[in-house]
Design a protein around this ligand. Structure first.
Ligand SMILES: Nc1ncnc2c1ncn2[C@@H]1O[C@H](COP(=O)(O)OP(=O)(O)O)[C@@H](O)[C@H]1O
Ligand SMILES: [Mg+2]
Length: 325
C-alpha cells in the first residue's frame, strides 16, 4: 500500500485460520492500521488482494462486512448520540433482510424483524457486559465501555473474522483483563480474531501466533515464545543496537565513562526522572478514509493469494506482493 512516495505496507502475506487469535504488533507508524484498512476495503491496496474463506473480496467496506469480516477502530467510532442498543442495531443492518419500504411502512414483517434484531443485540450486550446500559447514550459511557460497545457492534454483523485495532488502549489493568477474557470468549464462539495491540503482556497471553510489522514489512511471525525471544523484535521496539552495529562500541565507552564519573562523584545527581518507556498509545489521527475507496477501482487481480487452505476456516490474506513497479 503506497501513499505517494511512502510505502506503508509492503509484501505482507498473512493468513488467519479459524479458531485462532493472532496478534499484529510493531512500533507506531509500522503500518498496522493501514493493513487493517486494506483488509476492510477502506483503502484500495496498490497491489495485492484480500481473500476470505478462499474467495477474493473486492475492496469495498460493505462487501467486506457482508463477506464476514468486522472490525473496531483505533480511534473509537461510535454514533455518539445514539443509545448503546441503537449502536449495536446499526451493526446488524447488513444481516437483516427487511428492505427500505418495509422499514418505512413499519409493517408486520418489519416489526418482527425488529424484535428479533433487538433480541440479538441484547444478547451481544449481555455478552460484552453492557446490557444494563442499553439506553445510555454512547457518548456518556466511559472509555473502556465504549471500546466494548464497538466490539458488540462489530459482532452484530456476525463475522467469521474480527479485527481489533488497539482494543485496550486507554483501559486500566482491570478493564484490560476483562477484554482479554472477552477475546477468548469470542474465539470460543468460533470467530477468528486478529488483534493489534501495544500491550505486550496482553498480546503474548492471548495470541496463538504473533506477527511483527516494522516499517511496513513483516519482520517475524511465530508463536508468542518464538517472537518474544527474537532479538530483532526487541531491537525494533526498544531501538537497541544490533550486535556488531557501528556505534555500539562508542555507546559502551560512554556508558563506562559515565559509570566511572558516577563512582568518583558521590554527590547524588539531580537527573531527570526516568523516561517513560515508549509504547505510545495516544490515539494518532486516523487517516481519512471511506471516500477514498472507489477512487481507484482497478484493483490488481493478483491471483494466488490465500494459498494454503482449503479448510472451512476463516481465512484472510492480504498480499501486497510483486513489489512496486
Ligand atoms: N491515508 C494516508 N495517507 C498518507 N499516509 C498515510 C495514510 N495512512 C497511513 N499513512 C502513513 O502510513 C504509515 C503507517 O501508518 P499506520 O498504519 O497508522 O501505522 P500503525 O497503525 O502501525 O501505527 C505512517 O507513516 C502513516 O503516516
Ligand atoms: Mg495504528
Amino acid at each position: 500500500m503506497r501513499f505517494g512516495g511512502l510505502t506503508a505496507v509492503r509484501s505482507v502475506d498473512f493468513t488467519v485460520n479459524s479458531g485462532e487469535i493472532v496478534g499484529l504488533i510493531g512500533p507506531n507508524g509500522a503500518g498496522k492500521t493501514t493493513f487493517f484498512n486494506c483488509l476492510t476495503g477502506l483503502y484500495v491496496p496498490t497491489e495485492g488482494t484480500v481473500a476470505f474463506k478462499g474467495k477474493v473480496i473486492p475492496p469495498k467496506p460493505h462487501l467486506v462486512t457482508q463477506a464476514g469480516i468486522a472490525r473496531t477502530f483505533q480511534n473509537i467510532r461510535l454514533f455518539a448520540n445514539m443509545t448503546v442498543l441503537e449502536n449495536v442495531l446499526v451493526g446488524r443492518h447488513t444481516r437483516t433482510k427487511e428492505g427500505l419500504w418495509s422499514a418505512l411502512l413499519r409493517g408486520p414483517g418489519f416489526r418482527k424483524a425488529e424484535k428479533e434484531s433487538e433480541a440479538k443485540a441484547m444478547e451481544l450486550l449481555e455478552f460484552v457486559g453492557l446490557a444494563a446500559k442499553r439506553d445510555h447514550l454512547a457518548r456518556n459511557l466511559p472509555y473502556g465501555e465504549q471500546r466494548k460497545l464497538e466490539i458488540a457492534r462489530a459482532l452484530a454483523s456476525e463475522p467469521g473474522l474480527l479485527l481489533l485495532d488497539e482494543p485496550t488502549a486507554g483501559m486500566n489493568p482491570q478493564e484490560t483483563r476483562t477484554t482479554e477474557e472477552l477475546v477468548f470468549a469470542i474465539r470460543d464462539k468460533g470467530i477468528a480474531v486478529l488483534v493489534i495491540e501495544h500491550d505486550m503482556r496482553f498480546i503474548f497471553n492471548l495470541c496463538d501466533r504473533v506477527a511483527v510489522l516494522v516499517q511496513g514489512e513483516k519482520l517475524v511471525e511465530g508463536t508468542s515464545d518464538v517472537v518474544q525471544a527474537d532479538d530483532r523484535v526487541v531491537a525494533a521496539y526498544l531501538g537497541e543496537p544490533f550486535e556488531g552495529e557501528p556505534g555500539q562500541e562508542e555507546a559502551a565507552e560512554v556508558e563506562a565513562a559515565e559509570a566511572a564519573a558516577d563512582a568518583t562523584a558521590p554527590a547524588p545527581k539531580t537527573d531527570a526522572a526516568p523516561e517513560p518507556a515508549q509504547a505510545d498509545t495516544s490515539p494518532e489521527p486516523e487517516p481519512a478514509q471511506a471516500d477514498t475507496t472507489g477512487a481507484d477501482d482497478t484493483a490488481p487481480a493478483d491471483s494466488g493469494a490465500g494459498g494454503d487452505t482449503g479448510s472451512d476456516g476463516a481465512e484472510s490474506t492480504s498480499t501486497t506482493k510483486g513489489e512496486a513497479q
